[in-house]
Design a protein. Structure first.
Length: 282
């Protein structure tokens, strides 16, 4: 059994177009700025340690960058960007059962408030909630994974619930998130497989208010414009290198696109998402 597994994941998401096709001019009647598009990129670095055949410890640290483009009432294009460390996560995974090629794994973890909630724009105004790098408070997440292996394919299911324990120093509490995923993977060879997946995410409401923020500045500055549901599908590949200089390296690539989404209030809708993951065990 390999005791350590290092993980790197690159996550890219492109978001544009206001919810319900709301005309930009209508948004600007209520807010001073209307967002047009947003890009989010995340480099995730992780380390896993297998204590024994049942228990594995894991830590993950994200490096996050966000960029939002919008337009104000005078027609001027506005750009804001942030970059830095997000919230670190530490968790334990426990192998509940491994019978008849069915693995059931439970997870319990803690989110640490290492990401900033004080990012400002070039005019020294606090940026909207969605442009901050962290949640600002401790959080808990729990989940379960079921994976059934067959000779040439596998099927799986995963659910996860993530929530904050309290309000942060700026008197607000980020949304709770429930997500569920299912997948089918087909083995082309011993080293290469392809997959089809479906992912559902439901976010609760953002509670409280950051008093430094002007709610009339833009929709993302108003707590009413957070939460909602998203359903996406993904196509992926998985390549494993069993020997040579790159022995025990696994490369995963997945492209995801929305099927249906219902964001609350006035939000930008998700267009596409891509994930590249590299794992190395030793």
């Amino acid at each position: 059994m390999d005791d350590f597994l290092s993980v790197y994941e690159y996550d890219f998401r492109w978001i544009n177009q206001n919810r319900s096709k709301i005309a930009e001019q209508k948004v600007l009647e209520k807010f001073m700025m209307s967002p047009r598009e947003m890009e989010m990129k995340m480099h995730m670095f992780g380390l896993m340690y297998a204590v024994n055949n049942k228990l594995t410890l894991m830590s993950m640290l994200p490096i996050v960058s966000k960029e939002m483009t919008g337009v104000n009432r005078m027609g001027m294009i506005m750009n804001n960007s942030v970059k830095g460390i997000g919230d670190m996560k530490a968790s334990a995974l426990y192998n509940i059962s491994s019978k008849n090629r069915l693995n059931i794994i439970g997870q319990l973890g803690l989110s640490l408030p290492t990401g900033s909630i004080d990012k400002q724009n070039m005019n020294d105004l606090i940026l909207p909630y969605g442009m901050q790098l962290g949640n600002g408070s401790f959080g808990v997440f729990t989940g379960i994974v079921l994976n059934k292996q067959f000779d040439y394919f596998s099927i799986g299911f995963q659910s996860k619930y993530d929530f904050q324990l309290s309000e942060n120093a700026q008197n607000y509490k980020r949304e709770s998130v429930f997500s569920a995923s299912t997948w089918f993977a087909y083995k082309i060879s011993k080293f290469f497989s392809i997959s089809l997946s479906g992912h559902s995410t439901n976010k609760g409401s953002l509670k409280g208010k950051d008093r430094r923020m002007n709610e009339m500045m833009s929709p993302p500055s108003n707590t009413a414009n957070y939460g909602g549901s998203l359903l996406i599908y993904g196509l992926g590949t998985n390549f494993y290198i069993p020997e040579g200089v790159l022995k025990n390296v696994r490369v995963q690539v997945e492209a995801l696109n929305p099927i249906a989404q219902n964001p609350d209030g006035i939000q930008l809708e998700t267009n596409a998402k891509g994930i590249i993951g590299i794992q190395y065990s030793w």
